[in-house]
Write a protein that binds this ligand. Sequence first.
Ligand code: OAD
Length: 242
Amino acid sequence: MYSSIAKHFDKTKSIVVLTGAGISAESGIPTFRDGAGGLWKDYNPAELASPEGYRKNPQLVWDWYNWRRTLVLAAEPNAAHAALAEWETIFPRFQLITQNVDGLHLRAGSRKIVQMHGSIHHLKCTSCAHSCDWITQDQVPLCPACGKYLRPDIVWFGEQLDSTNLKAIDKAISHCDIFLAIGTSGTVYPAAGFLDKAKRKGARTIVVNPDPGSGAQADHFIQVPATEAMTNLSKHIKLPET
Ligand code: OAD
């Protein structure tokens, strides 16, 4: 299977890779919606990841993100993150789009990346334009500029994605030859629509996900965990001459 998929990379000019929580699962960070261990299991996502939820109970939201950040800081990038960091140095036109806020792609060395849902390592003010690195403390931090609450610099439910990011994503997807989605349940828009869009524009589409129900729309479905798929794909891809 890998060699037949890898053949398509020989002639490719442009690759777009979309990642979701599943790529970090093997680094020990629970996904959002996977069975019993899913991150949302005891909570309604709207209570933890929405402006309304934060207004209602900022301490609950702050505690939850602090807990998640502890998991993220204890985790290491895995072989799938590493493979993608290598791919961007090999393929001349490469764009990584991640829904993950964990920063593991950056730690693995990826630079051609759009973190479309923001970062768990940054804060921004709920009121003014102030933003800063995360502040590790138990109390919800206050903005040094205006005194209002700071909040995670993450795109929450009901919020718009950054328009510059959206334009960059749209352009990359419209012009790619290969679109590879790794470890995403395809339930949260706009990312859930990216594969179909790439397909409509003529790209070959590949899905990596161990869940049997997740690959139906793709041209190729690699139904194994991300590290196994990426290690094997990397082995079989004939790297372009540099
Ligand atoms: P989900 O938790 O919805 O989906 C994770 C996917 O990863 C599932 O389809 C799993 O089958 C798959 N998976 C699990 N282990 C895997 C592995 N080892 N290798 C590959 N795949 C694996 O996560 P996302 O699709 O990322 O938004 O969720 C999208 C967004 O929903 C998140 O970015 C988050 C959430 O609301 C924000 O926080 C803003």
